[in-house]
Design a protein around this ligand. Sequence first.
Ligand SMILES: Nc1nc2c([nH]c(=O)n2[C@H]2C[C@H](O)[C@@H](COP(=O)(O)OP(=O)(O)OP(=O)(O)O)O2)c(=O)[nH]1
Length: 131
Amino acid sequence: MIDVVAGLILASDGRLLACRRPEGKHLGGKWEFPGGKVEPRETPEPALVRELREELEITVEPLRQLTPVVHDYGRGPIRLIPIVCRITDGEPHPHEHSEIRWCTADELDELDLAAADLPILAEWLSLPEKR
Ligand SMILES: Nc1nc2c([nH]c(=O)n2[C@H]2C[C@H](O)[C@@H](COP(=O)(O)OP(=O)(O)OP(=O)(O)O)O2)c(=O)[nH]1
């Protein structure tokens, strides 16, 4: 099982940052919550901080973890670990995505998200307090 962290980056206005995977890559054109694979002997929160520095040039503070989702795209199972976080330093500049967008809950619902992200969005939308 491969562990992948995904950051639900929460802005002060309640929007979340959605990122689009580049064409040509696995799941190209799909939207996701940015993050990546957890390395051996790494734990999810430091992995998220590392990945978001690399991908977006931001520093984040993890706030809380939501329910992990196990999914198989036909290349073996991944465990997608969602972590709500906020930016403590920097503005997002995409290095590995074709597009990034701050989205309200309704806007997220309209995006063509990667399949493994759908239960994560559903949990987020169901939370009475979005923080
Ligand atoms: N980072 C991230 N990956 C996700 C999300 N949803 C989702 O299904 N994935 C999948 C895509 C990949 O199969 C896997 C890890 O993605 P990655 O972006 O870290 O790795 P990668 O591009 O090097 O993946 P790969 O092409 O080598 O498979 O998790 C998500 O919200 N964020």
